[in-house]
Design a protein around this ligand. Sequence first.
Ligand SMILES: Cc1cc2nc3c(=O)[nH]c(=O)nc-3n(C[C@H](O)[C@H](O)[C@H](O)COP(=O)(O)OP(=O)(O)OC[C@H]3O[C@@H](n4cnc5c(N)ncnc54)[C@H](O)[C@@H]3O)c2cc1C
Length: 395
Amino acid sequence: MVKIVVLGGSFGGLTAALELKRLLGLKAEVTVVSEENRFIFLPSLPWLIMGWRRPADITLQVADILAPRGIRFVHAAALEVQPESGRVRTAAGELDYDYLVVSTGPRLVFEEIPGLGPDKGYTDCTFTLDHALQTGRNWQAILENPGPVVVGSAQMVSCFGPSYELAFEMDAELRRLKMRHKVPLLYLTSEPYLGHMGVGGLGNSKRFMEDEFAKREIKAVTGQAIDEVAPGEIRLKEGAKIPFKMAMLAPPFKGVPAVAPLGNPRGFVPVDQHYRHTNHPNIFVIGVAMAIAPPEPTPVPVGVPKTGSMTVKMAKVAAATIFAEVEGAPLPGPEELAVICLMDMGNTGALMKAWPLLPPRQESYTRKGMWAKWLKLSFESYFLFKMKHGLSQLP
Ligand SMILES: Cc1cc2nc3c(=O)[nH]c(=O)nc-3n(C[C@H](O)[C@H](O)[C@H](O)COP(=O)(O)OP(=O)(O)OC[C@H]3O[C@@H](n4cnc5c(N)ncnc54)[C@H](O)[C@@H]3O)c2cc1C
């Protein structure tokens, strides 16, 4: 029996584990190791901040998904991968593997910017459930006692969508409450221009964002690196100071410590077209944990996003590759990744698509309409249903 260990219990880890068990059945012993025992539908965290979702609406217990399918779950942090001996050291003991699938997401490195972050600094964050809950409380405080709000992304971020969504949602909500004039909104970003999103734009996304921000009077400051944050003030590297009452700033990303030694200087792991580690072919790395070189140099460094849909696709390719290797069958062919992003804009929505991921592209556009918001709402229900029932074979 082939021993497969999967690190991470989110988009990538769960999809890979379910696919591997589905494909290999009794030929594989699949173990998922995750320091979080819930699957959290991260794309809904901006809605949670706005008060439109509760944690119970967007979370599932990982054990409930895995146990009925005969997949073992170890609720513990992986501490170290030992590729030479095929072993993972975890907080709950050691595990041997024939194949390892890593989908441990990002480490949020608030400490790279003094004063950044909700724990030791003065800013909010959207990226974890606990941080989003705290941001939601601060948003309620703004509604009670209005003042300037800054939303955006620091240098070395590789997920820009949630900040755009929050800026649009805050604007729409403030207008609904007839208090937009009391809350100046500023979008601060490391992206070289609005709509860059870490991938050199998606079709007309630059003009689209500029027009939407102008219509909604959301000011934008682009191409900026943050030097430090003091109480009520963001200090940019180029010297300007931005005052705020509430600031939601996405922090720089790195790979998590347990797998960072397998990767580049920022801890993201280089892989081949099957998502196999370039030096250890029995280690697969998918989702945010893997390395993709940016499409172009930018004055302030930004990372390439690895979206949920990309991560699910990577998980399926990794699982199909392991299945083929175990069965002695030909490996599946390479598949181009695409960015498909449904962006909520509060009172409407947009579909952003780029294929392939990096320019030059065959297809690339941004389109707005209420239908995009409805698609996003439906996708949340669909994806939670799919994960709850372990239906990883669905798109
Ligand atoms: C606020 C927000 C909004 C988003 N909106 C969208 C969207 O609209 N559309 C879209 O396509 N994508 C969206 N994304 C991106 C999407 O959520 C990610 O692409 C996806 O979560 C990546 O999955 P992953 O498995 O690589 O990592 P993650 O989802 O980050 O999961 C990592 C997992 O690994 C676990 N872990 C970490 N370290 C260890 C360790 N040492 N040992 C064991 N377990 C560990 C974590 O607990 C977690 O379970 C959004 C992301 C955020 C944060």
